[in-house]
Design a protein around this ligand. Sequence first.
Ligand code: NZQ
Ligand code: ZN
Length: 392
Amino acid sequence: MYDYVYHNTTKIIFGKNSMNSIGKEAAAYGKVMLVMGGGSVRENGVFDKTVSSLKEYGVEYCQLWGVKPNPDISKVREGIEMARAAEVSLILAVGGGSVIDSAKAIAAGIPYDGDVWDFYSSSKAPELALPVGVVLTIPAAGSESSMSSVISCGETNEKLSCTAECMLPRFAVMDPQNTYTLPEYQTACGAADMLSHLMERYFVNTECCDLTDRLIEGAAQTVIEFAPKALTEPENYDVRAELMQTGCIAHSDILDRGRGNGGRGGDWASHQLEHQLSAFYDIAHGAGLAVIFPAWLRYVSEKSPSKPAQFGRRVFGITGLSDKDTAFEMINRLEAFFKAISLPVRLSETGIDSSKFQLMAERALAAKGGKIGSYIPLTEASEIVKIYSLAE
Ligand code: NZQ
Ligand code: ZN
């Protein structure tokens, strides 16, 4: 096990009464800019509850609406201007990963003299950001307690990430009841994303990480058990609560400590390949992962089936097969899970053809300095094209 530091200071306020805490938490900072998406929080009452809690504590606020899924840098720039003019002290995201990631980018852009896209298009990470708070409405990206933000630039078909400690949300209000209105497709995409965050961390070559292996396996089983239930019982509090808690823990970094050099371990090639898909095509991140992850697993299991086999035995209970056969049976069962929650498992189901495989492969490598992944490091565009081809 590698040396590591673990430091996650997001205050998680979870449960049926958590929405009442928003005003009290926000009042500690001063004037607030609320950031929202396309309107789901207006329809399901989350916005009204947020505002009513702010009013109860006399917190002033302005509003930025219209963050789109796979959020664009143009809305971030608009938010920075609005926040500067209104002289706010807290950016409060009310929504999912796209809204939270935009709030983080706005928070980092406000004290910065240059263009905020610099933080995404180069390795220059922000050192300063306004405080960010979160009212989470979809368990998926885990952005509510992560240091990362992922933003797209539609003009150049880029989707890039920025990781900085100053972007870590100060608090996250998580009421599972706020997820009752999620469309089935978004519930399923969220499940695929959180399962992917677990698997990305799982597939490392490090020995002696048995505790985190088993925590990841348990969390993966929770997703596999509860995601289908959320589709048939969308207003079952306990089912929604299990998913919301898992989505947060899956990406809060505790599960990758000690698993890699520098303290954190994980593969993340599937995420890099997916980010190219959602940069070029209108595809939800979770749906893209449901297509890419099995293809990546097929590619790496040919070369190194031991860890996928362990996942197959412990998570899916597969017995009596060789490592390689267990790995491939596990991939079949993973695909069956994605299909059972009505997600695509092939690019052909999403309307994406092979015309941009080479370009996406080159972009994926360029975004990470010429090497992605660690379980089986990928350094050649041809290897990545092969994975996209396995997903066709
Ligand atoms: O636009 P609104 O009205 O908010 O509607 C959203 C959106 O259409 C809707 N929705 C959210 N909560 C709802 C709801 N509809 C009804 N009831 C509710 N309670 O769901 C749609 C998707 O929302 P989005 O925020 O895009 O979803 P998600 O949380 O999956 O975020 C995806 C983004 O996060 C990035 C992804 O790349 C993608 O851009 N990621 C961020 C990460 C991070 N910051 O650490 C890590 C992840 O791996 C991921 O890359
Ligand atoms: Zn993800």
